[in-house]
Design a protein around this ligand. Structure first.
Ligand code: HPA
Length: 236
């Protein structure tokens, strides 16, 4: 047990899906897992373990942003022995070729976070996804008939940037596909502790065109993304 997690040793499966939202964690557990049981309820940052197609898998909410994500990810790997971590979330689109509902898989994650910056002194560390998970997710998403984009994403600490889209102009010019708030720290910590990590995002709002996903498409897109993540996480 930790100050943030009241799960006992062995409560988490080796593979964990990581949504930001605790209620999405609950929805994933109730909708997709068999024999799901709650393993963490501290701060209502819910975690569950069950099986999917007979394979053990967990889901743990991270909360929003990299400081919160870092706590859960660090403890999942170091205290609970988790080896495979797959973020399932949404991202804002930064590129007109990425359409609402498309799947964006972060091969790398640039960031403004001091969590990453401060860890490397003179160096600009490049947080990167695990290649085996990346390849499997790309295959699974295509098999689900999704339009998939694999490339750089931005994990920003700032949702309401005072400079708006202009803040991301240089990154957009360097091909960054979307903005979310968690992947870079997830990738860094997985690398630090020898685990595997990937971020799979559904693009829900395009910052370039202003287009947003509608409520019905949101649900089916999230369902697709979770199924892709479960396939990759369990190797099913
Ligand atoms: N910014 C950060 N995270 C997001 C966004 C965004 O615009 N949209 C969905 N997740």
């Amino acid at each position: 047990m930790t100050p943030h997690n009241n799960a006992k040793p062995g409560d988490y499966a080796e593979a964990v899906l990581l949504p930001g939202d605790p209620l999405r964690a609950k929805w994933i557990a109730e909708t997709f897992l068999e024999d799901a049981r709650e393993v963490n309820s501290v701060r209502n940052c819910l975690g569950f373990t069950g099986t999917w197609k007979g394979k053990p898998v967990s889901v743990q909410a991270t909360g929003m942003g990299q400081p919160s994500t870092a706590i859960y990810v660090h403890e999942l790997i170091e205290i609970y022995g988790v080896r495979t971590l797959i973020r399932v979330g949404t991202c804002g689109g930064l590129n007109k070729t990425v359409k609402v509902r498309d799947v964006v898989i972060g091969a790398s994650a640039s960031t403004d976070s001091t969590i990453v910056k401060d860890a490397f002194g003179a160096y600009n560390y490049a947080p990167a996804a695990d290649f085996s998970l990346l390849r499997a997710a790309d295959d699974a998403a295509r098999a689900h008939g999704k339009t998939v984009h694999v490339g750089g994403i931005l994990s920003s600490d700032i949702f309401y940037h005072p400079s708006g889209l202009e803040a991301y102009a240089r990154l957009i010019a360097h091909g960054v596909l979307g903005v979310e708030m968690e992947a870079a720290t997830l990738y860094m910590l997985a690398a630090r502790f020898g685990a595997r990590a990937l971020a799979i995002c559904t693009m829900t709002d395009c910052l370039v065109t202003g287009k947003e996903i509608d409520a019905s498409a949101r649900q089916s897109s999230l369902t697709d993304m979770v199924e892709i993540a479960l396939e990759v996480a369990t190797g099913a």
